[in-house]
Design a protein around this ligand. Structure first.
Ligand SMILES: Nc1ncnc2c1ncn2[C@@H]1O[C@H](COP(=O)(O)OP(=O)(O)OP(=O)(O)O)[C@@H](O)[C@H]1O
Ligand SMILES: [Mg+2]
Length: 450
C-alpha cells in the first residue's frame, strides 16, 4: 500500500503552501487541486476551501466521506456559520479559518497519519489487541478514533453538542466523557432523561419551583438548570421533550436566564448543554416532535456515533474487554472460543454495544471455562425466546406489566427497541416503568448522577 495522502481543494496561495508544508512534514503525500476527481481510499485528509467560486460543497463532502474514516476539514476566510453547520451535518469534521492554527493542526494531522499507517499493520494481525480507551469509551476502529479526535476538539469549548446515534452506541458515555474532558469537569454532570419525566412535572424539574407555587409544592425545589450550574446538563432523548417546553428551553438557552416556577427572580444559567437522541433529527422535525430552532441551537456541533457494525475490529475487542471485566470481578479465567468469536463477528448488532454487552454477559454465565457458540443468545430468538406465564384471573394491567418487563429484558434493556417491539412510544414505556417503580420501592425515576 502506498503512503497515506492528503488532498487540498484550493487555489494555491501563501496559506495553501504553508498547509502543504505542514502536511508533508507529518508524512503525507499531498496534492493541491481545484478540481477534485473521484474519491481515493488513500486520501485520509481532505481540506476544502468553502469560498472557491462554484464549489459544490455537498457533492465534495459526499465524495470525501465515502469510506467514512477520512477527515474532512473545511477552510474559509471567515466564519460562515449556517453554511458550516450544514457542511458539518453532511459529514465534514472540522472547520478552520485561515490562517491555520498550526499548534492544533499539527498533532491532529500527525495522529491521522499514524493511524493510517497502523491500519495497514493491524489488518495482518490476528490477535485481539487491547482496545484504545478515550475517557469512558473503548474501541480502536478507525471510526472510533475519528470520534476521539472530534471529542478532543470540542470538549474544552463551551459549544453545545448534539449526539446522534442508534440505541446502544454509547451516547450517554460520550456525554460523560465530554464532561470529564471539559473545562467544567469539576462541576456537576446532570443527566435529564426527557422521556422519563411526566409531562406535568417537566417545567418544575427543569427550572425548579418556589414553595407554594402549585398544590403539592411544599418546599422550594432546585431544578436541573440550578443543580447543573457550573457543570454540564445532558438532555437525553431530547426529541421526547414536550414540544411547548422545547420553546421555553430555547428561550432560556438564548437569554441565559430562567425563573423557578412561581418565582420572581431571574437566575443566571451557566451550564454546558449536551443533547442526545436516537431519532433521525430531520424526521423528528418533520414529525413535529422536535422544534427546528431548538435543534439548531443545541446542534451547534452534531456528532454522529458509529453503529457497532461499522466499527471494524471492535466487536472482538469489546467482547474481550467485557470478558476480562467479568473474569476480574469473579476471579475466573474464562476464555472465548474462535467459533464463538466468529459468530459474534457475523451478527449485525442492531442493539449495538449494549446488545453485545448483554450477549457476552449471558454467555459468560452459561460457559464452563470457555465460551462456545451454544452459550451465545440465538440472534433471531433474542427477541422472542422468553415465554410469558399469564394465568386466567390475572388483571390486564398485571399481564401488561409482565409483557413490558420481559420485552425489555429480551432487548437487553434497550428501551427504544422494546418500545418498538411493543408498539408503544418511548414516552409511554417510560410512563409505565415509572408507575411500576412507584408501585414497588420508593424509587426516584430521575436519572441523575454526579
Ligand atoms: N465505546 C464503548 N465502550 C465501552 N462500552 C460502551 C461503549 N459504547 C457503549 N458502551 C456500553 O453500552 C451500553 C449502552 O451505552 P449508552 O447507554 O451510552 O448508549 P446510548 O447510545 O445512550 O443508548 P440509548 O439510545 O438506548 O439510550 C452501556 O452499558 C455502555 O457502557
Ligand atoms: Mg442513552
Amino acid at each position: 500500500m502506498s503512503k497515506p495522502a492528503a488532498r487540498v481543494i484550493d487555489l494555491p496561495c501563501e496559506h495553501t503552501s504553508a498547509l502543504v508544508a505542514l502536511l508533508e512534514s507529518v508524512g503525507f503525500d499531498v496534492d493541491v487541486t481545484t478540481d477534485p476527481v473521484a474519491s481515493d481510499a488513500n486520501v485520509r485528509v481532505w481540506f476544502l476551501n468553502m469560498e472557491l467560486p462554484d464549489i459544490d460543497l455537498a457533492g465534495l463532502i459526499k465524495t470525501a466521506s465515502q469510506d467514512g474514516t477520512a477527515e474532512i476539514i473545511l477552510m474559509a476566510d471567515e466564519d460562515d456559520a449556517p453554511q458550516v453547520r450544514q457542511a458539518i451535518a453532511q459529514g465534514a469534521t472540522y472547520f478552520f479559518c485561515k490562517p491555520f492554527d498550526v499548534d492544533f493542526l499539527q498533532p491532529l494531522l500527525a495522529d491521522v497519519f499514524e493511524e493510517a499507517r497502523q491500519t495497514v499493520v493491524l489488518d495482518e494481525d490476528q490477535d485481539i489487541e487491547p482496545l484504545d480507551q478515550f475517557g469512558e469509551l473503548r474501541g480502536s476502529s478507525a471510526k472510533m478514533r475519528k470520534l476521539y479526535r472530534l471529542l478532543r476538539k470540542v470538549a474544552p469549548t463551551d459549544t453545545s453538542v448534539l449526539l446522534l446515534g442508534e440505541s446502544g452506541t454509547g451516547k450517554e458515555l460520550v456525554a460523560r466523557t465530554l464532561h470529564q474532558m471539559s473545562d467544567v469537569a469539576q462541576g456537576p454532570f446532570m443527566a435529564m432523561n426527557c422521556a422519563a419525566i411526566p409531562e406535568e412535572l417537566f417545567e418544575s424539574e427543569l427550572f425548579g419551583h418556589e414553595k407554594g407555587s402549585f398544590s403539592g409544592a411544599e418546599r422550594r425545589h432546585a431544578g436541573f438548570f440550578e443543580r447543573a450550574q457550573g457543570g454540564t446538563l445532558f438532555f437525553d432523548e431530547l426529541a421526547e421533550m414536550p414540544i411547548e417546553l422545547q420553546a421555553k428551553l430555547l428561550r432560556v438557552l438564548e437569554v441565559g436566564a430562567y425563573r423557578r416556577v412561581g418565582g420572581e427572580a431571574d437566575l443566571q444559567s451557566n451550564v454546558r448543554i449536551i443533547g442526545a437522541t436516537n431519532r433521525d433529527p430531520e424526521r423528528a422535525i418533520a414529525d413535529n416532535l422536535l422544534r427546528e430552532d431548538l435543534y439548531y441551537r443545541i446542534a451547534r456541533f452534531p456528532i454522529q456515533l458509529p453503529a457497532l457494525r461499522e466499527r471494524e475490529g471492535d466487536v472482538a475487542g469489546l467482547t474481550q474487554f467485557f470478558i476480562d471485566a467479568h473474569n476480574e470481578k469473579n476471579s475466573q479465567s474464562i476464555t472465548l472460543s474462535a467459533a464463538a468469536l466468529e459468530q459474534l463477528e457475523q451478527h449485525s448488532w442492531p442493539g449495538n454495544v449494549r446488545e453485545l454487552r448483554s450477549a457476552v454477559e449471558q454467555a459468560y454465565i452459561l460457559a464452563d471455562g470457555e465460551i462456545l457458540p451454544e452459550h451465545l443468545p440465538k440472534n433471531d430468538a433474542l427477541a422472542g425466546s422468553g415465554d410469558l406465564k399469564i394465568s386466567v384471573g390475572e388483571s390486564i394491567d398485571e399481564a401488561q406489566r409482565k409483557l413490558i418487563l420481559a420485552t425489555l429484558e429480551a432487548n437487553g434493556d434497550d428501551k427504544q427497541a422494546a418500545a418498538d417491539m411493543l408498539g408503544m412510544s418511548l414516552r409511554t414505556l417510560y410512563n409505565r416503568l415509572n408507575e411500576y417503580e412507584e408501585d414497588g420501592a420508593s424509587g426516584n425515576p430521575e436519572d441523575e448522577t454526579g
